[in-house]
Design a protein around this ligand. Sequence first.
Ligand code: DX5
Ligand code: ZN
Length: 220
Amino acid sequence: MSKIKIAPSLLAADFGNLQKDVEMVNQSEAAWHHLDIMDGLFVPNISYGMPVIKAIAKHATKPLDVHLMIVDPDRYIKTFADLGASVLTVHYEACTHLHRTLQAIKAAGMKAGVALNPHSSVNLLEETINDIDLVCIMSVNPGFGGQSFIQNTYKKVIALKKMIVDQGATTLIEIDGGVTDANAKQLSEAGADVLVAGSFVFKSQNPTATISALSKIAST
Ligand code: DX5
Ligand code: ZN
């Protein structure tokens, strides 16, 4: 089993002291910074926008994994490339012309990700899997941190992993929502490559140690 990537979600960070939490992630065993962008339309919540992302990018030393929970994400592809995103993930449910959107993300120099809501089957990606760098399987309904993990996720990860192997694709599988030490190992065994964790990391006593522990549990 290859080493799993941990991507702490800054949605659960202390916004009054964002620099400190970004630096904590820099110095930890985390692989990426996960940024959740919500527009109040695609999801019933608004998170943060460009000036805050700019401030995060200024201090972050690891790749920015940007998760767009917004309608019509094509409008902002260039903006996120300019802000320094490494991975730009759009929702399947928000894209009328997903194939075109994926090509546009890659043409802008970023890795292209597709997120699936809990109700969306992984089979929806059968025709595009070779064009996708990362699939983000939502293990909660997007919009809020701190929700409980949906158990049906394991089944989706196994099915997606099979599709990736069968088609000879190199797509990474990311899991987002309710990730803790209670599900990390099983997710990794099912085929996950990246685990996003917000509350479990930032609400813990020692976030750096929690990131290490999560990485160790998932990689053994
Ligand atoms: C949910 C976001 C997640 C969220 C995860 O809409 O996409 O990235 O921050 O938070 P936890 O780990 O607290 O469920
Ligand atoms: Zn997310």
